[in-house]
Design a protein around this ligand. Structure first.
Ligand code: R5P
Length: 298
C-alpha cells in the first residue's frame, strides 16, 4: 500500500511535491486551536496498517511541536504501522552544550521527545557542530541529506567567477563541499558571537579576489547578523556585492530586509523553510533518501 503523507500546517505545497516523488497518498489531517488555546487534531483518512509520513519544517518551532506530537500519537492510536517524519529544517540543534552554567542542553531534550513518538526521520543539513552526527542524540533511524550539490549547481548556473565564503569555522563543512563541486575557491572567516544579535567577523587579505563575485554560504540565516557583518567587511574591502546563500532561511523579524539593505546583491535559500528567496528545491533529495532507506514501506 502507498505510504500516507500527513502535512502539518504550512507544509501543504512541499508535501504535494514530495508525494509525487514518493508516489504517496496525501491524507486529511485537521489541526486547529480550541478557543482556550489547546490543540485539536483529527485525521480523516483510514490509517489501519499503513505507514504514515508526517511532514513539518520546524522554523520557529515551539508552536509546531505539540501539534506534531499529537499528530504522531493520533496516527499510532488509529493503527498506523509506523510514523516517519520528514523535517526539512530540524530545529533545536544549536544548543548542543552547556555554554554557561545552568543552561539546558535543549538539543538532547528535543531529540528525546521525538525519539518517543517518531519511528524514523529524514532532514536536510541539520546544524551538526559539537554533535557530529544525529545518531548521538536521535535513537530512531535517521538520515541526513546535503544541499551542497544543489547549491553548487545553482552557483554554476547563475554566478560567473564565484569566490565562496564561509562566515565561520562551522560553515566550512558546507562551504568546502559547495566550492569543490562548483569548481570555485573558498575562504572561511573567523566569527565571534557576543550575543544573540551581536556578531563580529574577521576577514583576511582579499586583494587576490577582486575580480570574483563573493558568494556567502551558511547553513542557517536567522537574525542574519552573521551574514550582515560579513557583507559589511566585504564591502569595506571593496569587493563586489555578495550573493548570500543559506540552506535554511529562517529570517527572524526583519532579517531578510536588513540583509538586502546591508549590501547583499541577492539572497537565495533552499525550500526547507517556505520563503520568497527559495530558489533551490530539496524535495528530490529527501525523497531519494527515503526510497533508498526503504523508509515508509510496509
Ligand atoms: C551558527 O553557527 C550557524 O552556522 C549560523 O552561522 C548562524 O545560525 C546564523 O545565525 P544568525 O543569522 O542569527 O547570525
Amino acid at each position: 500500500m502507498k505510504p500516507l503523507i500527513l502535512a502539518l500546517p504550512e507544509n501543504g505545497s512541499f508535501s504535494k511535491i514530495l508525494a509525487t516523488h514518493l508516489d504517496a497518498e496525501i491524507g486529511i489531517i485537521e489541526l486547529r486551536k480550541f478557543p482556550d488555546g489547546e490543540t485539536y487534531v483529527r485525521i480523516d483518512t483510514e490509517l489501519e496498517n499503513r505507514s504514515v509520513v508526517l511532514v513539518a519544517t520546524l522554523a520557529e518551532p515551539d508552536d509546531k511541536i505539540l501539534p506534531l506530537i499529537f499528530a504522531a500519537a493520533t496516527a499510532r492510536d488509529l493503527g498506523a504501522t509506523n510514523v516517519g517524519f520528514v523535517v526539512p529544517y530540524l530545529a533545536y540543534m544549536r544548543q548542543d552544550r552547556r555554554f554557561k552554567a545552568g543552561e539546558g542542553v535543549t538539543s538532547t531534550y528535543f531529540a528525546a521527545i521525538l525519539n518517543r513518538w517518531i519511528d524514523w526521520l529524514v532532514t536536510v543539513d541539520p546544524h551538526l557542530h559539537r554533535w557530529t552526527s544525529l545518531q548521538e542524540i536521535y535513537t530512531m533511524p535517521s538520515e541526513v541529506v546535503h544541499a551542497a550539490p544543489l547549491i553548487s549547481s545553482w552557483i554554476k548556473e547563475n554566478v560567473s567567477r564565484p569566490l565562496l565564503i564561509g562566515p565561520d569555522i562551522e560553515s566550512e563543512q558546507w562551504v568546502s563541499h559547495v566550492a569543490q563541486e562548483a569548481g570555485a575557491p573558498y575562504l572561511v572567516l573567523e566569527k565571534i558571537r557576543k550575543g544573540d544579535r551581536d556578531v563580529e567577523v574577521s576577514i583576511p587579505d582579499v586583494d587576490a579576489w577582486r575580480d570574483r563575485t563573493p558568494v556567502l554560504v551558511d547553513d542557517i540565516i536567522s537574525t542574519a547578523r552573521t551574514m550582515i557583518e560579513t557583507v559589511g567587511h566585504l564591502m569595506q574591502a571593496e569587493l563586489r556585492s555578495p550573493i548570500c546563500i543559506g540552506v535554511h532561511g529562517i529570517f527572524a523579524g526583519d532579517a531578510y530586509d536588513n540583509l538586502l539593505a546591508s549590501g547583499a546583491e541577492r539572497v537565495v535559500t533552499c525550500n526547507t523553510v517556505p520563503h520568497s528567496s527559495n530558489m533551490i528545491d530539496v524535495s528530490g533529495l529527501l525523497s531519494d533518501s527515503i526510497k533508498q532507506r526503504g523508509f515508509g514501506q510496509d
